[in-house]
Design a protein around this ligand. Structure first.
Ligand SMILES: [Fe+2]
Ligand SMILES: [Fe+2]
Length: 130
């Protein structure tokens, strides 16, 4: 599986765009390693790396929102928290052999497309006006 970042996903903010590309890189890494037959222990480590990055990325967007007095902060942060909670629940299920890694990746990709094309783009517009 290859998940590609395309120009349509740009939020017109270089730093956020770079972090979004990193989000895809980490997901691709998980998929590639899993398809190559990596051990579960290794896949869990790569998932943990991805989750740490997602936390970092959300925090960096939230800090920018606070610093620039963004009115959509509460709604946007709720969406981030929902994503993290959902991913955490799925990772727990994966560790217990209840779901396959693809279920985590599919959720992360679907949620991300929806989030970037709505709330992150709105944030990008706000930042472009500063
Ligand atoms: Fe966001
Ligand atoms: Fe984002």
């Amino acid at each position: 599986m290859k998940i590609k970042w395309t120009k349509e996903l740009s939020v017109n903010n270089e730093r956020i765009d770079i972090e979004h590309q990193m989000y895809f890189d980490l997901l691709n890494h998980i998929c590639n390693e899993s398809e190559k037959g990596a051990s579960k222990e290794r896949v869990v480590r790569l998932i943990n790396e991805f989750v740490q990055f997602v936390r970092f990325h959300f925090m960096s967007e939230e800090n920018v929102m606070i610093d620039t007095g963004y009115s959509g902060y509460a709604e946007h942060t709720r969406a981030h928290n929902y994503c993290l909670e959902s991913v955490k629940t799925k990772v727990f299920a994966f560790k217990n052999d209840e779901i396959a890694v693809e279920e985590i990746v599919d959720f992360a990709v679907e949620w991300f497309f929806m989030h970037v094309s709505s709330l992150d783009k709105q944030l990008g517009k706000h930042l472009a006006l500063l």
